[in-house]
Design a protein around this ligand. Structure first.
Ligand code: T4K
Length: 375
């Protein structure tokens, strides 16, 4: 029987949309000007305001995060091997295969579920050119340790920061670390432009190169400097993004409140744990993953997942299966069973609970109580 408190299904997320009446005003301007894409005025304004909000110098917005990842690798002309994490959305590794790069998987750490810098070094070969760590669930990677290794072996670092919108360490944007950072503004993210993404870089020359690459390689009307792609964000989505920027702090505040409620209510349940927070980090709370220890809790992660589903609550097992379990990766030497023990274990234990700005606290309480009373 469906829980009487949850009559309407609750999904892992639900996008926050800008006020329709305000959006219509932007649409009217677009309808008047007839400029609907190709780096128009809203696109330029969006990049400026986004850079200022995030606290970064240079940002190029894209049609989605995956094309931004592909372009980031092209920007730095990466070939050979790239070390990355198996505990991510599959787009992280697909961007390597699409660029003819060989992915090499290295294990994650037990606490934050990010690439473990202390295991990274043993994955480096003479062919390694870069590292793509992911700030999984918006928890910062060990940026200093990763940079130290990158410097030692002369490797580029491209952060997949799809989950790290708005994250700061000691007041400094997480996007300012590494050579490039890639964001996603997909509907399921803290900040959405329906679909969308961005690359953050640190100098004007690189920004120019990224902008050429996202527009077929055109430098001007008659000059093509690179075999670029079409990665542009259109004016309608840029206008939508400008409006979203006005509300994003409210969205984050609501997510924080939900996170704190879950953390309080699930704190004392044996066999349920969550990722610790650091005092010097400003989080944006994109996901609320819990880790279920089957022995201590008495039920497996999949049992909890199915039980919640029966109660109309649709959590997600991000990131199960691991990327290394998918057919295009499972044959790789670094993907073999036993090589990534922490990632293998965490993929079996993790469950992301619903979190989105409009999720009522009473529903968070119901979800937490259901879990607490399961055993
Ligand atoms: N790198 C990382 C680390 C990523 O996590 C991602 C994307 C990327 C790169 C690539 O960025 P993009 O190219 O996507 O910009 C979702 C997203 O599609 C994907 O963007 C995201 N990561 C990934 C973690 O999750 P699904 O297949 O889980 O989404 P879906 O459609 O099942 O949505 C989840 C729930 O959200 C639905 O049950 C209902 C709700 N929902 C979803 C959509 C799309 C809505 O209420 N409204 C909506 O419009 O992949």
């Amino acid at each position: 029987m469906i829980n009487p408190d949850i009559k309407v299904p609750i999904f892992v997320t639900q996008p926050a949309l800008p006020p329709l009446n305000e959006f219509v005003k932007y649409l009217e301007k677009i309808w008047d000007s007839k400029i609907i894409t190709n780096n128009g005025p809203f696109h330029c304004q969006f990049e400026e305001q986004l850079a200022s909000y995030l606290g970064v110098k240079y940002i190029s917005v894209f049609a989605n995060g995956t094309i931004a990842l592909l372009t980031a690798l092209q920007t730095l002309q990466i070939k050979g091997e790239v070390i990355t994490t198996p505990f991510s959305f599959v787009a992280t590794s697909h961007s390597l295969l699409w660029n003819g790069i060989n992915p090499v998987f290295s294990d994650i750490d037990k606490t934050y579920l990010n690439l473990d810098p202390y295991k990274l070094e043993s994955a480096i070969t003479s062919e390694t050119r870069a590292i793509i760590p992911v700030h999984v669930y918006g928890n910062p990677c060990d940026i200093n340790a990763i940079q130290k290794i990158a410097n030692k072996y002369d490797l580029k670092v491209i952060y997949d920061a799809a989950h790290a919108f708005g994250v700061k360490i000691d007041g400094n944007s997480i996007l300012n670390f590494g050579d490039l950072s890639v964001l996603s503004f997909h509907a399921t993210k803290v900040f959405n432009t329906i679909e969308g993404g961005a690359i953050v870089c640190h100098d004007q020359q690189t920004k120019e190169r990224i902008d050429f690459l996202k527009n077929f390689g055109f430098a001007d009307e008659v000059t093509v400097v690179e075999p670029g792609i079409n990665g542009k964000l259109n004016e309608i989505q840029a206008a939508y993004g400008l409006l979203q920027l006005k509300s994003v702090d409210t969205y984050i505040e609501k997510r924080k409140n939900i996170t704190e409620t879950y953390r309080t209510l699930l704190r004392n349940i044996r066999g349920i744990s969550y990722i610790p927070q650091l005092d010097n980090v400003r989080y944006a709370y994109p996901y609320f993953p819990i880790l279920i220890d089957e022995q201590d809790f008495g039920k497996s992660r999949d049992e909890v997942y199915e039980f919640l589903k029966k109660n109309n609550i649709f959590g997600r097992r991000y990131f199960y299966p691991l990327i290394t379990q998918f057919p295009n990766y499972s044959h790789l030497p670094s993907a073999r069973a036993g090589n990534l023990p922490v990632a293998e274990e965490m993929a079996k234990r993790v469950l992301c609970l619903p979190i989105f700005p409009d999720l009522e606290i009473s529903k968070v309480e119901t979800i937490s109580n259901l879990i607490a009373n399961m055993t």
